[in-house]
Design a protein around this ligand. Structure first.
Ligand SMILES: [Zn+2]
Length: 348
C-alpha cells in the first residue's frame, strides 16, 4: 500500500483553543504525525512526499476567496499594531449553522476581523505562521493518495494533518482548514462516476456533508457520536438526507455516547450496505481515532482492536479505497489504532 505525508505538515502548531469557556492547550499536536508514521513503519510502509499540486485541485470544492483568505491572513494579521499570537475571530455571523447546507453569499466585510468571523467557524481554528503551508501540504497528501488510486492502486493512505472533514466549502472549523477528503473525492471523480465517502470519526463530518449535500454522484456517510451534546452540535442528525439532486445521498449514523466497538461495527455494516446499493466505484474512508476510549475529547469507547474490525469490513467492500486521516488525539493510542486497522485493511 502506498502512503503519503510531507514533513511540512508538522510545522502547524496551534497555541490556543476554547473549551468549556477556557483557553486551553491545543489537541492537534504535531507529534501525532510521528506516532502515525511509526505505525506505518511497523507494516513496512514508508510514506512518500506528495507532489506539489498547488491550490488548483483544492478550488474544485472550495470557494476561491476563502482559499485566498487562508493563504494571506497571517501576513495581514502579523502587521496589526495590537494583536494576539494567532489570527482568531471574535464574532460569528448568524449564517454559521444553516441546515439546508446552501453555500453562503460572498463575504461582505473587507476588514480582517469581519473576515475572520466569516471564514473561521469556531475557536478551534486559529491561524498562525505555518498554518497555510501545513494545510496545503496536507491537501496535497490527499491528492497524491487519490492519484495513486487513479493510477490503479487498490489501496492508498494519506496521512493528512491538519485534518479536513469539518472544513466547509467556505469555512474552516474543528481543527480543519481545507477538506482533504472532499478534495480527494473530487479528484477521483475524474475517473470514477460514483464515489462513496465513509467518515468514521467521533465527530460528524459536517464539512464533507455540506460540500456534497446537493450532489448525487458522491454518497456521503458519517458515523459519529450523537451531536445533540457533542461537536459539531448543529449537524450530524439522522434526518439530514441531502438536498435537491442530492436528496437521499447523505446518510448520518449517529451513535449514543459511550458506544462500544460492537455498536460501531453495526453502523459500519449498515454503511457498507448503502455503499453497495449506491454502486460506488471507489471509496474514500475518512478515518479518525477519536472514537478510542482514551481520547481526551472523545465520548465513545472503542478499543484499538476495534479499528482492526473496521479495516476488515472496509476491505471486504473490495473497492479502490483511499484512506484519509482525520482526528484522534490520544497520543499513546493512535499508533495502535492505525496498526490494528492496517493489519486487516491491507489483507489481500
Ligand atoms: Zn474528530
Amino acid at each position: 500500500m502506498r502512503a503519503f505525508y510531507h514533513p511540512d505538515q508538522a510545522l502547524h502548531e496551534q497555541l490556543q483553543y476554547m473549551r468549556f469557556g477556557k483557553i486551553v492547550p491545543p489537541k492537534d499536536l504535531p507529534e501525532r504525525t510521528e506516532r502515525l508514521l511509526a505505525a506505518l513503519g511497523r507494516h513496512g510502509i514508508v510514506a512518500e512526499p506528495p507532489a506539489a499540486h498547488g491550490v488548483k485541485p483544492v478550488l474544485e470544492v472550495h470557494d476561491a476567496k476563502f482559499v485566498e483568505f487562508l493563504k494571506t491572513v497571517w501576513e495581514r494579521w502579523k502587521i496589526l499594531p495590537e494583536r494576539g499570537p494567532e489570527a482568531w475571530p471574535n464574532t460569528f455571523p448568524y449564517w454559521s449553522a444553516r441546515p439546508d447546507e446552501d453555500s453562503r453569499p460572498p463575504c461582505r466585510p473587507s476588514g480582517i476581523v469581519g473576515q475572520l468571523g466569516w471564514y473561521l467557524g469556531d475557536l478551534s481554528v486559529p491561524v498562525g505562521e505555518h498554518c497555510w503551508r501545513s494545510t496545503l501540504r496536507s491537501a496535497e497528501t490527499a491528492i497524491s493518495g487519490a492519484d495513486a488510486i487513479l493510477a490503479g492502486e487498490l489501496r492508498a493512505y494519506g496521512l493528512c494533518r491538519p485534518s479536513g472533514h469539518h472544513a466547509r466549502s467556505d469555512r474552516a472549523s474543528g481543527f480543519c482548514y481545507i477538506n482533504n477528503t472532499a478534495v480527494a473525492a473530487q479528484r477521483l471523480r475524474t475517473k470514477f462516476e460514483k464515489i462513496a465517502i465513509l467518515d468514521v470519526d467521533a465527530h460528524h463530518g459536517d464539512g464533507t456533508q455540506q460540500i456534497f449535500y446537493r450532489r448525487s454522484d458522491v454518497l456521503t456517510i458519517s458515523i459519529h457520536a450523537d451531536p445533540a451534546n457533542y461537536y459539531p452540535f448543529f449537524t450530524g442528525y439522522a434526518d439530514e438526507r441531502g438536498n435537491g439532486a442530492g436528496e437521499g445521498f447523505n446518510l448520518n449514523l449517529p451513535l449514543k455516547h459511550a458506544s462500544v466497538g460492537a455498536d460501531m461495527l453495526a453502523a459500519v455494516k449498515k454503511a457498507g450496505e448503502a455503499i453497495r446499493s449506491f454502486g460506488a466505484q471507489a471509496l474514500v474512508l475518512a478515518l479518525g481515532y477519536d472514537a478510542h476510549k482514551d481520547d481526551p475529547i472523545g465520548v465513545l469507547k472503542l478499543e484499538a482492536s476495534d479499528f482492526g474490525d473496521i479495516g476488515r469490513l472496509v476491505n471486504d467492500l473490495r473497492l479502490p479505497t483511499l484512506v484519509v486521516q482525520e482526528g484522534g488525539y490520544a497520543i499513546d493510542a493512535i499508533g495502535d489504532c492505525l496498526d490494528a486497522f492496517l493489519a486487516e485493511f491491507t489483507r489481500s
